[in-house]
Design a protein around this ligand. Structure first.
Ligand SMILES: Nc1ncnc2c1ncn2CCOCCNC(=O)c1cc(-c2ccc(F)cc2)cc(O)c1O
Ligand SMILES: [Mg+2]
Length: 218
C-alpha cells in the first residue's frame, strides 16, 4: 500500500529532525515541502508573521482550527509562555494521527490538546470540556467557508474577550471573502492585513489579524 502525503511528511520529520527540537521539526517540514512535495502548511514566510503575532500576544490559552500535520501547531506551541496551552481541532482522523506524532516529535505534547472533530460541533463544547473561559489567541486555518460561521459561533459562545487576537490564514488564496468583509466592516473588530505568499509558492496570499473589541451592549 502506498503512503499518504501526510505520512511521507511525518517520515521526513522522523528522519531529519532532532527529537524534542521544535525548530528542527519546522525546518524539516519546510525542506520537505520546498524540495519534495507541496503541502498546505502555513510555511516559512507566513509562519514568520504567525510567530510575530503569537509572540506579541503571548497567549496563556490559544485555539487553532485546522491542525493538518501540526506544523503551525508546533510553531505556536513552541512560543507559548510557561503553563500556556493550545487547543487544536482537526476534522480528518488521518491528519490528526500524523499531527499527534509531529507534535510529540517536537516535544510539545504537554502544552497541546488535539481534538478530533468539526469546529461547528466542538466550539460549543469547549467551555464544559476544557474548562475554558475565553481565548487570548485564535488561529483560523480550516475550511475557508467555515471562517465566518465559526467566528460568529465563537462570539455567541463568549469564547472571545476584549483584546482577543484572531489570525486567519489564506484570506486571499484560497480566499475567505465573506469572512474578510465581516471583520473589516464590523465595529466589534480592529482588522489589519499582512500581505505574503501562498506557502512554498510565488502566488499572493495573506493573513488577516483581527482584534476583538467586545460588544457595544452593556
Ligand atoms: N476542525 C475542523 N472543522 C472543520 N473543518 C476542518 C477542520 N479541520 C480541518 N478541516 C477541513 C479543512 O482543513 C484544511 C483547510 N486548509 C485548506 O484547505 C488550505 C488550502 C490551501 C490551498 C490548497 C490548494 C491550492 F491550490 C491553494 C491553496 C492552502 C492552505 O494554507 C490551506 O489551509
Ligand atoms: Mg492555510
Amino acid at each position: 500500500t502506498h503512503s499518504s502525503r501526510p505520512q511521507r511528511l511525518l517520515r521526513a520529520v522522523q528522519k531529519g529532525a532532532v527529537r524534542g527540537d521544535a525548530r528542527s521539526v519546522v525546518a524539516n517540514i519546510d525542506r520537505f515541502c520546498h524540495h519534495s512535495e507541496w503541502a498546505m502548511n502555513i510555511g516559512d514566510e507566513k509562519g514568520a508573521i504567525l510567530d510575530s503575532v503569537v509572540s506579541e500576544v503571548n497567549p496563556a490559552l490559544a485555539l487553532e482550527l485546522g491542525t493538518y500535520c501540526g506544523y503551525s501547531t508546533v510553531r505556536i506551541a513552541r512560543l507559548l509562555p510557561p503553563g500556556g496551552r493550545l487547543i487544536t481541532l482537526e476534522f480528518n482522523p488521518e491528519y490528526a494521527a500524523v499531527a499527534r506524532q509531529v507534535i510529540e516529535w517536537a516535544g510539545l505534547e504537554d502544552s497541546v490538546q488535539l481534538v478530533e472533530g468539526g469546529s461547528g460541533d466542538w466550539i460549543p463544547q469547549l467551555k464544559e470540556h476544557f474548562g475554558v473561559q475565553s481565548f487570548d489567541f485564535v488561529f483560523l486555518d480550516h475550511w475557508k467557508e467555515r471562517y465566518l460561521p465559526d467566528i460568529h459561533l465563537l462570539e455567541e459562545c463568549e469564547l472571545l474577550r476584549k483584546g482577543t487576537v484572531v489570525l486567519a490564514d489564506n484570506v486571499v488564496c484560497p480566499g475567505a471573502p465573506d469572512y474578510l468583509a465581516y471583520v473589516r466592516n464590523s465595529p466589534a473588530y480592529q482588522s489589519s492585513y499582512f500581505q505574503s505568499h501562498l506557502e512554498y509558492t510565488k502566488a499572493v496570499d495573506g493573513l488577516e489579524k483581527s482584534v476583538y473589541l467586545g460588544t457595544t451592549d452593556a
